[in-house]
Design a protein around this ligand. Structure first.
Ligand SMILES: Nc1nc2c(ncn2[C@@H]2O[C@H](COP(=O)(O)OP(=O)(O)O)[C@@H](O)[C@H]2O)c(=O)[nH]1
Ligand SMILES: [Mg+2]
Length: 269
């Protein structure tokens, strides 16, 4: 971990949301990591960056260390091995909270989440607890994504929205801003997702906590370099977890109705 510099010396208030840390999880992103970090620093010079690398065999962590040596606003969190996107983000959130950042951004390393959209997301965060960079809201664009990925994302989001009753168009999206207050209010210790269902799980936690969730349209582009880590196992985990949460929510609603703690009617979530 690069501990040479702390947020207090370098962080600046960004867009009125305070000190911002962009967490970029990486696994075998050697061809992308320099480019994405450079673009973030250029698009939003006030922010700091934490690369959360799972000991990538392709040397991503070594490249990130070199970036951190030349830029005091870049940090690296070295993790022991590949433990999934959710675990990498949770470690990044803990790192940020321990160092007093006011907002944490989630961003993929492969360029799919354009750093140039970041100022708009941070701007929206002034009046929100959570901001989701959405692929499926008016004004958004998805570029070069294969049909099967488009279909998976649309169907996954439709299922998540219907099953969990969340008014969010892109609950699986991974380009987000969490205000510090939101991270503090969510029970992160309860998070069980390892893969990409992490995004749905955090959307659900935020929604259930009554947080202000704002969606901002983004331009999402398919990666040009390196390989996707998406796998059938990750899809299966998401399907399984969403279904389990939906069942839990309905059981809870029925119990509330039976015990007369609400109006006596069963309220679906
Ligand atoms: N640290 C870490 N990062 C991961 C892991 N799995 C995926 N990532 C990163 O998560 C981001 C999204 O992954 P990607 O393969 O592009 O998924 P896709 O966009 O759904 O195809 C990228 O920055 C990956 O390097 C993991 O197990 N650990
Ligand atoms: Mg990707």
């Amino acid at each position: 971990m690069n501990e040479a510099t702390g947020p207090t010396r370098h962080a600046a208030d960004v867009s009125g949301v305070g000190r911002v840390l962009v967490v970029i999880p990486t696994y075998n992103e050697a061809d992308n990591v320099s480019d994405i970090v450079g673009r973030v620093r250029q698009a939003a010079p006030g922010v700091e960056v934490l690369v959360a690398d799972d000991n990538s065999p392709d040397g991503t962590g070594v490249i990130a260390d070199a970036l951190a040596r030349t830029d005091p606003r870049v940090h690296v969190l070295h993790r022991e091995g590949k433990q999934g996107l959710g675990a990498a983000y949770l470690a990044g959130f803990t790192w940020a909270r321990e160092r007093g950042y006011d907002a944490v951004v989630e961003m993929d390393a492969d360029g799919s989440h354009a750093p140039e959209d970041l100022p708009a997301l941070l701007d929206a965060a002034r009046d929100a607890d959570v901001v989701i960079g959405s692929r499926w809201t008016s004004g958004a664009r998805v570029v070069n994504w294969p049909l099967r990925r488009l279909a998976l994302s649309r169907c996954g989001n439709l299922y998540a929205r219907l099953a969990l009753g969340m008014p969010v168009s892109d609950a699986t999206g991974g380009y987000r801003v969490y205000r510090r207050s939101a991270l503090d209010a969510m029970d992160l210790a309860s998070v069980c997702s390892q893969g990409y269902s992490f995004q749905v799980e955090l959307s659900r936690l935020a929604h259930r906590a009554g947080m202000r969730i704002t969606e901002v349209p983004i331009t999402f582009a398919e990666r040009e370099r390196g390989d996707s880590k998406m796998s059938p196992l990750i899809v299966a985990e998401a399907l399984w977890r969403i279904t389990t949460w939906a069942v839990q929510d309905r059981r809870q609603a029925i119990r509330r109705g039976l015990h007369g703690t609400s109006t006596g009617q069963v309220r679906w979530p």
